[in-house]
Design a protein around this ligand. Structure first.
Ligand code: ADP
Length: 218
């Protein structure tokens, strides 16, 4: 599902990634761990086509993304990749349902269809009764689950999450982690999760350890 070959990336004189080769299979739930500054977020951004490597190739779901032009790239990203960040990044003026609809709109879905798809996915996550609430009326755990629903609305093959449970308490954290596995089991999505949470790293199918821009142990 994801293949990275020879990925390098520098910011000015700082070399952040030093030749990363990785392969992640369809339906795997993989964690990326490592000390702060190891390059985890940079690697995730490159996997998500939000940033380009200096050298090396990125293939997602059979498409070599390095070759895509900016417009094709953003369409590819919106269709194939869902993102979940540490802070939910929901738009405060919109309801949960409307927030979830946004990527579907961007993908060209009509309003009624997007509304129905968003309602279905919120229902799937046990959030049907919260659909008309705005973010400030939702708990931290609910907001993060709405953010996951938004990431899934276009049925992306890959979901990339950067410290998704970093701002949650233990109960909500465990519920969110369980949700990733439920989604993988029911929808077959591939999850790549950057985390400091050892509990989560222990239960993922595989853990990639990053140190000083290199994979040091798998
Ligand atoms: P991690 O997620 O493992 O903490 P990051 O990938 O966020 O590591 O960052 C790796 C290094 O790259 C850090 O030293 C960070 O300051 C630097 N860095 C990340 N993004 C940028 C950027 N856009 N410009 C300059 N330096 C950056």
């Amino acid at each position: 599902m994801i293949r990275l070959e020879g990925i390098t990336k520098s910011f000015g004189s700082l070399q952040v990634l030093r030749g990363i080769d990785l392969e992640i299979k369809k339906g795997e739930v993989v964690s990326i761990v490592g000390p702060s500054g190891a390059g985890k977020t940079t690697l995730l951004q490159i996997m998500g086509t939000l940033d380009m490597p200096d050298s090396g190739s990125v293939t997602i779901d059979g498409t070599l993304v390095n070759c895509l032009k900016e417009k094709e790239l953003s369409a590819f990203r919106n269709k194939h990749i869902g993102f979940v960040f540490q802070f939910h990044q929901l738009l405060p003026e919109f309801t949960a349902l409307e927030n979830v609809m946004i990527p579907a709109f961007i993908a060209g879905m009509g309003q009624q269809e997007a509304r129905a798809a968003a309602a279905e996915i919120l229902d799937f996550m046990g959030l049907a009764e919260r659909a008309s609430h705005k973010p400030n009326e939702l708990s931290g755990g609910e907001k993060q689950r709405v953010a996951v629903a938004r990431a899934l609305i276009n049925h992306p093959a890959v979901v990339l999450a950067d410290e998704p449970s970093g701002s949650l308490d233990t109960h909500n954290k465990e519920e969110l982690h369980q949700l990733f596995f439920d989604l993988r089991n029911r929808l077959g999505q591939t999850f790549v999760i950057v985390t400091h949470d050892e509990g989560l790293a222990q239960i993922t199918d595989r853990t990639i350890h990053l140190k000083d821009g290199e994979v040091c142990k798998e």
